[in-house]
Design a binder for this molecule. Structure first.
Ligand code: NAP
Length: 482
């Protein structure tokens, strides 16, 4: 199987926050991979920008190191050619110096995009100055990183500010989960096969689980994280987006607004979640590692590093089907999965087979991206009709062989979509606001109750109460495993 690489049009991409962690770890190594793949042509330009007076040479050597550290192991001989596409300009997002230099570097006729890889407080000032100095035109695009607001009010304010300077069709709000190969494959599996869609409803599906488990703690992000927590940092955006893709009605076309209209309907159909369907947790200290509170330096913190929720969608398709969401830090393994658990067979014809056999469609986002479907077959060999459940594995690494290694990672795919002008995998302003409108009352609820997160052991699956969320309904979470 040979993947086709279609070069994108010549572009000038300006990255604000060019010296930051995201730029060095993800954006530039990703662009380098697209360059090596031939998707980014050598006449395209990447212009880094930040306050540090690095100069073009200084930034190039920073990016050379970043590619050595975070880029592909091979293709080292292409680094010089790639670095030749890079330039740098010193700009303070809140000041007036440097904008003329930036403008002078941009070319007519090239796709023009601006990546805001800076703190959210700078999104507004950047948008304003790009317009004020005549740098961004009606065809320019801006890419906005997360977090997009911390509640409905701030998200609305940010949408308003951006919309004073850019049309909705120019704004690309990134959720890198949407750029993952498997997430797009989920749509291909749902809408490209006859097999699944007829079963994709409350007649055949018992429940759906979405897990995003991390082994890392809050690390250096403690100050930010303690004001945010798992609900704001992960559920409102990443898990919500996964839920939307699983639950949405088939869009009439695979096209930006058709897809986003359907996602929005899902968010608007989410029921409020009662307190007993929410479990929040905080990781405790282990022998070798500090507790959450110690790590963030806030001994009285009530912020959750883990959350599990039982969510319902009030529409015809999903009435009565629980969606269990959970995400947390310092858990047993780095493991992200969506599991669609089908109902039990109504009747078995196999005498003596008392076990419950269930089809489960499992979509793994990390590690080992792939999809498998658990099916029941006869155990091979003699000894009568014994049944066994086995996964039909659709792991990309096996099916695609060497090709799997060249599958673009989420950031590089999404940046190429920006250049192509394809917004399908980006969040629209009304989607983000609807997600906050659902999230805000849940947070306000536990704040009003002075709800204290339950402690959980590092390396576990989270607090016991989260297990009970399913146990009391006769269900169990899927294992968190590497
Ligand atoms: P970071 O490491 O703190 O980098 C911030 C960048 O902004 C630096 O290049 C800094 O350079 C520049 N900067 C700061 N103040 C500026 C100003 N007034 N004018 C112009 N440039 C300024 O942050 P990051 O981790 O890369 O994150 C960037 C954005 O991506 C944030 O919104 C973050 O929430 C989001 N994000 C990051 C990650 C990640 O993995 N890192 C993941 C998801 C989302 P100078 O100091 O030289 O100006």
């Amino acid at each position: 199987m040979v993947s086709r690489v279609i070069p994108v049009d010549r572009f000038d991409l300006v990255i604000f926050g060019a010296t930051g962690d995201l730029a060095r770890r993800k954006i530039l190594p990703g662009l380098f991979r697209r360059f090596v793949a031939g998707q980014m042509t050598p006449d395209s330009r990447i212009i880094g920008s930040a306050r540090s007076p690095l100069g073009a040479e200084g930034w190039r050597s920073m990016i050379r190191e970043a590619i050595h550290e975070f880029g592909p192991a091979e293709s080292g001989d292409r680094i010089d050619a790639f670095l030749g596409c890079l330039d740098y300009v010193t700009v303070d997002a809140t000041g007036d110096g440097g904008w003329a230099d930036l403008k002078a570097l941009l070319r007519e006729g090239a796709v023009r995009a601006f990546y805001f890889s800076v703190a959210p407080s700078l999104f507004g000032p950047l948008a304003e100055r790009l317009r004020q100095h005549g740098i961004a035109g009606a065809d320019s695009r801006i890419v906005v990183e997360k977090p997009f607001g911390r509640d409905l009010e701030s998200a609305r304010a940010l949408n308003r500010t951006l919309s004073e300077h850019f049309g909705e069709g120019q704004i690309y709000r990134i959720d890198h989960y949407l750029g993952k190969e498997t997430v797009q494959n989920l749509m291909a599996v749902r809408f490209g096969n006859l097999l699944f869609e007829p079963l994709w409803n409350n007649h055949y599906i018992d429940h759906i689980q979405i897990t995003v488990a991390e082994t890392v703690g809050v690390g250096g992000r403690g100050e930010y994280y303690d004001k945010s927590g798992a609900m704001r940092d992960m559920v409102q955006n990443h898990l919500m987006q996964l839920l939307c893709l699983i639950a949405m009605e088939p869009p009439s076309r695979f096209e930006a607004d058709a897809v986003r209209d359907e996602k929005l309907k899902v968010i608007r159909a989410l029921r409020p979640v009662p307190a007993h369907h929410i479990v929040r947790g905080q990781y405790d200290a282990s022998d070798s590692s500090p507790s959450y509170r110690e790590e963030v330096g806030n001994p009285r913190s009530f912020t959750e590093s883990f959350i599990a929720l039982r969510v319902e969608i009030a529409n015809w398709r999903w009435a009565g089907v629980p969606f269990y969401l959970r995400t947390g830090k310092k858990l047993r393994a780095r493991h992200s999965e969506i599991a669609v658990v089908f109902k039990d067979l109504g009747h078995t014809i196999f005498e003596g087979d008392e076990r419950r056999h269930r089809n489960i469609l499992s979509i793994r986002l990390q590690p080992n991206e792939g999809i498998d479907l658990t099916v029941t077959i006869k155990e091979p060999g003699q000894g009568g009709m014994r049944l066994v459940d086995v996964p039909l594995d659709m792991t990309f690494a096996q099916a695609l062989g060497k090709e799997a290694a060249s599958v673009p990672d989420a950031y590089e795919r999404l940046i190429m979509d920006v250049i192509r002008g394809n917004q399908t995998l980006f969040m629209r302003g009304d989607e983000v606001e609807a997600a906050w409108a659902w999230t805000d009352p849940l947070i306000a609820g536990w704040e009003a109750r002075h709800d204290v997160p339950k402690l959980y052991d590092q390396g576990s699956s989270g607090p016991d109460d989260a297990l009970m969320l399913l146990h009391r309904e006769g269900r169990r979470w899927r294992d968190i495993r590497a």
